[in-house]
Design a protein around this ligand. Sequence first.
Ligand SMILES: NC(=O)C[C@H](N)C(=O)O
Length: 521
Amino acid sequence: MEAGPPSAGGFPLGRALSCTPRPACPQRLGSLELGGGCRAPVQVRVLVINTGGTIGMVEEEKGLAPEPNRLVKALKKMPMLHDEVYAKENKHCDCFKFPDNTLVLPLSEQKKRIVYTILELSPLLDSSNMTTDDWAKIARNIQKYYEQYDGFVILHGTDTMAYTASALSFMCENLGKTIVLTGSQVPIYELRNDGRANLLGALLIAGQFVIPEVCLYFYHKLYRGNRVTKVDAGSFNAFSSPNLPPLANAEVDITVNWETVWRANTTKKFKVHTNMNRNVGLLRIFPGINAATVKAFLQPPMEGIVLETYGTGNAPNNRQDLLDELKKATDRKVVILNCTQCLRGSVAAVYATGQTLTAVGVIPGGDMTPEAALAKLSYTLSKSHLSWEEKKEMLSENLRGEMTVVPTGAKISLTDSKFIQVIAKSLSVSCKEELEAIRDALIPSLACAAARTGDTDALKAIGEMGGNLSCEDYDGRTPLHIASSEGNLQLVEYLLKYGTTVYAKDMFGATPLKYAVQFRY
Ligand SMILES: NC(=O)C[C@H](N)C(=O)O
């Protein structure tokens, strides 16, 4: 049984298009009027899927365990997580259709109202009890409510959060909205806890930024979900993303590192792939590992394993018995993916001990975490329409930003841009930070101006230089808003293929699609 929004007759889509203003709704009264007499609300909706974890646990006889139907009641009493006055004043508003489990944050600094509805899964789980079925359940709920919410927060235990985040990153295909997993090390009901700050940060990010990735927010940092690993059982700073800097830092301001954010280069519709392959495993080698153990582990039904090796992907090359077992397995088409046991770094063909593994058919896993590699194996091997060779090829590709693929030809960096350099020179700017500040200030105006004049080449050049084509100008409009308002199909297609977000909202709360409709394109 799941509490929460009903599947049918849920929240209306495209609120800016369909809103029927009611006088008692202050966020609408305070907003700007768009064409057609419709007032654009400055509110966003986030769905919180509560799967369990310490954040909602209470001490029981046998130790901490999740308690159902308690979280919403507790959150309603926390002013930083629920504005009761606003909720009461707006109880007739569409967004409070499910008053029992809908809460609202106090007005954010960006003047947005984040209204969030909590969907509690049953049973709530300590994440150590999570299985592939639970990942599928989360994914199916995201799919079910995808169009009705602007962003998603998943409350989850920390123990296996990195596994779930990795799995969901692959299961969510053509993702265009922000999904943030979070939880805590201490229950939110306790006096000193990290749950409140983590939930608030996750809501603010999911509600205010379109970061089309499965992310993980913990202790003031937003990470790419398939890059993290739990590194500390006793600290609030429990996660690390050793091979990729955070996507955002929530300090005095929330700063998004847009150059790191993954850009989906597809226009395909969002869908979830839930049929993950379960015949996968993790095998960590150690000095003196027994060949019989390796043989047993690789027996059917095993179809793929992540081999956790030393350093840059090394295993003993003086152990023919081990190498024979690996070779026999790859000959049987068992896929073996090589990942390092080191926290940071990558598998690379540096040592003879590493190259021996490639010779027996082991695939280098680059700088993937074992959690991401396992999830990728499970995802790839479940693609039954692919041949074994195609699956192996897919494993070597960077599918969701889970691994660093070293670019072949030299790339032009934005700092090489002549235009920016000329401006920097005339302003006597020399340091990297100042140069980047100028670039960040100029790109939105340049990109929007190019979109206005339909100059696809100029936009391409900005994109190729590393500029963010989802950048917003002074009134929150992106090049896609402008190209859609202008009805420039070619440009719209280019921008969508480039991965610009269709969910961006300008200061009137309008998306590019809304403008395309409004101006009848
Ligand atoms: N901090 C936590 O959430 C740990 C808990 N055992 C869990 O993973 O559900």
